[in-house]
Design a binder for this molecule. Structure first.
Ligand SMILES: Cc1cc2nc3c(=O)[nH]c(=O)nc-3n(C[C@H](O)[C@H](O)[C@H](O)COP(=O)(O)O)c2cc1C
Length: 186
């Protein structure tokens, strides 16, 4: 069993990364190895809205016409048993790299071929705010919405702010352990 952790921060030592590391520790304690991916290190273009009606290959075939790192990343998500999406909070919302990725992922998931091995997969989301912190819950709503559109099993969305990061680390570890147990909605 493997987890993939997709991080929308560019800083491997930042707050989002610290929150991620706590979840990874919990996953590991439960015997699940994690692969971490920092989206800003990859090439994931924004959607081109290919056709005049705004759709494209995504709707017809469940794949994207752009040849960049998206397809490989989607394959990793398909191979993983569980997924963690972690984003720093920018303007009370997802970071740009997380947005570019999730915008295209949800289009692929419009088609049943595209959402194969994604539909029903347990995921948790972390939204880590480093300023005033008030935007973390709104960011969780954004992330939850796109994850539901992709048809993940959204088992938890965790708002974190710099003021409570230390206090939340133990519960993030527990979230990782729980995710490793393969939570089911029924
Ligand atoms: C463009 C931008 C917008 C931001 N907007 C917010 C915000 O709305 N609320 C907040 O609390 N912090 C905001 N921040 C601060 C980030 O949440 C903070 O930098 C984050 O904790 C960085 O995480 P990282 O070190 O993991 O990359 C913003 C930062 C940037 C660069």
């Amino acid at each position: 069993m493997k987890a993939v952790v997709i991080c929308g921060s560019r800083n491997p030592k930042g707050r989002t990364a610290r929150a991620v590391d706590a979840v990874v520790k919990g996953l590991s304690a439960a015997g699940v190895a994690s692969e971490k991916v920092f989206l800003p290190t990859l090439t994931v273009e924004r959607c081109r809205q290919c056709d005049d009606d705004g759709w494209g290959l995504c709707r017809r075939e469940g794949r994207c016409v752009i040849e960049d790192d998206l397809a490989g990343l989607v394959d990793e998500v398909r191979r993983a048993a569980v997924v963690v999406f972690a984003t720093p909070v920018y303007y009370s919302d997802l970071s740009e790299s997380m947005r570019a990725f999730t915008d295209r992922l949800r289009r692929i998931c419009t088609h049943e071929t595209g959402r194969a091995s994604i539909e029903g997969k347990p995921m948790i989301g972390l939204c880590v705010a480093g300023g005033g912190g008030g935007g973390a819950p709104a960011c969780c709503v954004s992330l939850g919405k796109v994850m539901s559109t992709c048809k993940f099993d959204v088992v938890d969305l965790i708002p974190v702010r710099r003021q409570n990061l230390e206090a939340k680390l133990p519960s993030l570890e527990l979230a990782g352990e729980w995710l490793a147990s393969g939570p089911r909605s029924n």
